[in-house]
Design a binder for this molecule. Sequence first.
Ligand SMILES: [Zn+2]
Length: 243
Amino acid sequence: MASSLLRQISSSADFSKLKNSPPQKGEQYQPTDVEHLANVITHGLWILPSALALVFMVYMSNSGLQLTTTFLFGFALVLLFTTSTIFHILSYSGKFPAWRRFFHIGDRAVIYVFIASSYTPWLILKEFHSWAEEVLCLVWILALLGVAYAYIYHEKYKFLEMVFYIGVGLCPALCVLDMKDWSGLVELSIGGLMYILGVFFFKSDGIIPFAHAIWHCFVFMGTFCHFLAICTHLLNVRFLEYA
Ligand SMILES: [Zn+2]
């Protein structure tokens, strides 16, 4: 009974109208109008909250180092959502091809900057047995190389791009295990897992309707976990006291 009902619903719902065909090799996926709209909304919604998160972290900082490192994370957060939203608006409009290309490169490049900005507060504010400074330098060198790669090889070698994102995102995590105390590791891992699960949807354009918007949601959940982790374990905010 239940299975026949499900079959009826899935056959009557025409999912083909919600998405277009997957892109050919070397081409970009063309989202449907409703997918374009979802792409704009799912990141545009978080620009203002991330600006408020930035102000909150700065307000809760008790030292110069806390202030500068959490400002960096908050600024990267605002930059991430803003760049993505502008790119998706331009993409939806179908106009201004030069600006669209600029913001498309920016949308990809800012991910590297965001990864480095996410690690920086932990590598500076936490105590480590060793390697923290070296890993911090390495993370930023990789991020700058990633930005250059996004600019030079825009939309080419997409698989390699994916390997770079995951490599730059995950390798420094090994250093985090070297922290003198492991507080925050659970939230950091859950956040990281959100990004990794999201990659599945990032690569599913034209296969799953709204795949890119779902990827956006995973990005937001990852950033939210990392924001909570920074507030709780690096700024010592006790959220329950504010509830
Ligand atoms: Zn996007």
